[in-house]
Write a protein that binds this ligand. Structure first.
Ligand code: PHE
Ligand code: CO
Length: 295
């Protein structure tokens, strides 16, 4: 049964809050600038070009935490999307309803200067640097809206968990083909320095061609780098396979399928790179994560 939370005090009924851009301190803007500089040095050769185009179209290359009131007219003009601030994680159905109306919910707070890699709750750097540039891409923008609509339907069918895996392995941790190469596009990857290197270059993780049903059966980890990444052909193809498909029969099939464990391959996988899983084994043996070993 769905639990209906009330929004926190000070938030609107749709859970939004004012970004209150003027109240960010110089130190907070400096945290953004440092993370931004580190990622934009490393990403151009690794991320799908549409991401860099989005930074440009939205003028996100200007210093400091973006002011949503400045960002939104540009984003609206590009694809009809808006960014709205929320106090933290919001209930699933609130999240889906915003997406369905082309509103992306973003945390307003920014991590502390000493939290450059690991965060339990998404902050404005992850949410805005990671997610917003691709919202300026028409097919990706349409996918996000369709996902929100699909989420509302999945909620009624009790299938949020399956649909959440699709979000995880596309919007957050997706890879995409770009000519003969693989490129990053998932926001959870591109907002993380360590995972931007790991997801593309490391021999540990599996890289598997995207398959909708397979992805919706695949468990994921939230505490460390992913053990498998799924590779789409293009945003247009992802959109075709999702928006234009009726998920109801798929959900019926999924009810009888056991979930696939993190790091497992199945016989039908189209494996692009079979990972060694060395990093996951290393971490399971109690070793600290790479960024702590190699600051
Ligand atoms: N077409 C899906 C359904 O029938 C919804 C969906 C669209 C899901 C886009 C994910 C992404 O429910
Ligand atoms: Co995110």
């Amino acid at each position: 049964m769905a639990i209906h939370h009330a929004p926190p005090v000070g938030a609107a009924p749709d859970w939004t809050i004012p970004q209150d851009w003027r109240s960010y301190t110089a130190a907070e803007h400096a945290v953004w600038d440092r993370l931004f500089a580190r990622q934009t040095r490393m990403l151009p050769a690794r991320v799908i070009p549409a991401f860099i185009d989005g930074l440009d179209i939205l003028r996100m290359t200007r210093p400091g935490i973006p002011d949503f009131d400045e960002l939104n007219p540009r984003l609206m003009k590009a694809t009809g999307w808006q960014v709205v601030a929320v106090p933290g994680l919001v209930p699933d159905e609130v999240f889906f309803a915003h997406l369905a109306q082309r509103r992306f919910v973003a945390g307003r707070f920014i991590r502390r200067a000493d939290q450059s890699e690991y965060l339990e709750e998404p902050d404005v750097f992850h949410d805005v640097f990671g997610h917003v540039p691709l919202l300026a891409h028409p097919a990706f923008a349409d996918y996000m809206q369709a996902y929100g609509e699909g989420g509302l339907r999945a909620a009624k069918l009790g299938m949020i968990e399956a649909l959440a895996r699709l979000y995880w392995y596309t919007v957050e941790f997706g890879l995409v083909r770009d000519g003969g190469d693989l490129k990053l596009y998932g926001a959870g990857i591109v907002s993380s320095h360590g995972e931007s290197l790991f997801a593309l270059d490391d021999s540990s993780p599996h890289r598997i061609a995207f398959d909708l049903k397979r992805v919706m059966r695949s468990r994921y980890r939230i505490d460390d780098y992913q053990q498998s990444y799924f590779v789409i052909d293009s945003f247009e193809d992802l959109l075709r396979q999702t928006r234009d498909a009726d998920f109801a029969p798929l959900y019926e099939q999924l009810r009888d399928c056991p979930p696939i464990a993190v790091g497992d391959l199945i016989p039908t996988d189209r494996v692009i790179h079979r990972g060694t899983q060395a990093y996951a084994r290393f971490r399971a043996a109690g070793q600290p994560p790479l960024p702590e070993r190699c600051p």
